[in-house]
Design a protein around this ligand. Structure first.
Ligand code: ACO
Length: 325
């Protein structure tokens, strides 16, 4: 009998410090950086974001999200036999956030590793976990997206620092006789490295290059809408489905205009799109599981519905996972 994987629990966590656009505008103004609530809302749809305290790391946020997902699935840490964390803002150069989180969770022994695909990271991690469950390499996986993007922002660059926030989301993915995950479609094109990157690195005991986020916003925008449409169609075709079968699109929460553009291309009404970017900002690899968990817990998204998850981000990377909840 074919093995599938199925989401059996979702969880998320946001650090308590919440900044509305007005709060951020006032903070930036103290350093002579001018922006406004109107500009941010009109161009991005973002109204608020959460920032982690200086001593809080991606593994701390991911741990809380993981505990919430385990509780929702009715499982203990010891039941988990695979941990994958999607992040671009790890606690340290190594070991991975997944190993640090595994120890904090008390799930020692199972394989644990990070996936680095920036804002597509969660979709990549979910597809990898699904493959490992299908082959029998794992039975019960924790798949987590956790980010402290506030650490890599240049608060003197108003074109980027207003866009991002911190947070984490997680799912428990279990082996199942019925799907579950129906299909996935992943891609990358490294020729676009320069349009979205943090070009610093550690060498000889020093940080070389600029360790803050650089982005060509318009180039990212144009690429994002096109590739999200293609990945959606590819994932649907693999499952023998069409847009009409999708109950909810849960896209990476970067920018409301990218989401609107994608929905338009897929002929989906915005009523079928889960939107949390207004409250969370762009939390990179955490944005999709955060949006999923909020939609599940609010009752917006229900068991048995068909969800299309879509990520896009630095690399350039992009991908989609189609699933039945
Ligand atoms: N506040 C006020 N004015 C600003 C701000 C700000 N925070 N940032 C830029 N401006 C000004 C610019 O200086 C420029 O002024 P000028 O016309 O006098 O030169 C003007 O606003 C327009 O700037 P543009 O960069 O052309 O603005 P655009 O309409 O392209 O919007 C944005 C910028 C929101 C970044 C847009 O390009 C976009 O949505 N890109 C997608 C990128 C994205 O969402 N990235 C997220 C990370 S990537 C990912 O997750 C996939």
């Amino acid at each position: 009998m074919r093995r599938y994987s199925r989401i059996t629990g979702t969880g998320s966590y946001l650090p308590p410090r919440r900044l509305t656009n007005a709060d951020l505008v006032a903070e930036l103004a103290r350093d002579g950086i001018e922006t406004s609530d109107e500009w941010i809302v009109e161009r991005t749809g973002i109204r608020a974001r959460h920032f982690a305290a200086p001593d809080v790391t991606a593994s701390d946020l991911g741990l809380e999200a993981a505990r919430n997902a385990l509780q929702a699935a009715g499982l203990q840490a010891q039941d988990i036999d695979l941990i994958i964390v999607a992040t671009s803002t790890p606690d340290m150069v190594f070991p991975s956030v997944a190993c640090i989180l595994q120890h904090k969770l008390g799930a020692n022994g199972c394989p644990a590793f990070d996936v680095q695909a920036v804002c597509s990271g969660f979709v990549y991690a979910l597809a990898v976990a699904d493959s490992m469950i299908q082959t029998g390499a794992a039975n019960r996986a924790l798949v987590i997206g956790a980010e402290v993007f506030s650490r890599i922002l240049d608060f003197k660059d108003r074109t980027t620092c207003v866009l991002f926030g911190d947070g984490a989301g997680a799912v428990v993915l279990e082996a199942s006789e019925t799907p579950g995950i129906l299909s996935s479609d992943l891609h990358a094109d490294g020729k676009h490295v320069g349009i979205l990157c943090v070009p610093g690195n550690v060498s000889g005991g020093q940080v070389l290059g600029d360790p803050v986020l650089k982005m060509d916003g318009q180039a990212v925008f144009k690429l994002a809408v096109g590739v999200l449409e293609k990945a959606a169609h590819a994932a649907l075709a693999k499952a023998g489905m069409t847009e009409a079968d999708v109950d909810w699109l849960i896209p990476h929460q970067a920018n409301i205009r990218i989401m609107q553009g994608t929905a338009r291309k897929l002929k989906l009404s915005m009523d079928k799109v889960v939107v949390t970017v207004d409250q969370h900002g762009n939390t990179s690899a955490a944005s999709i599981p955060l949006a999923l968990d909020h939609a599940v817990r609010s009752g917006q998204v229900k068991k048995g519905e068909t969800l299309l998850l879509e990520g896009v981000g630095g690399g350039f990377t992009w991908g989609a996972v189609l699933l039945k909840l």
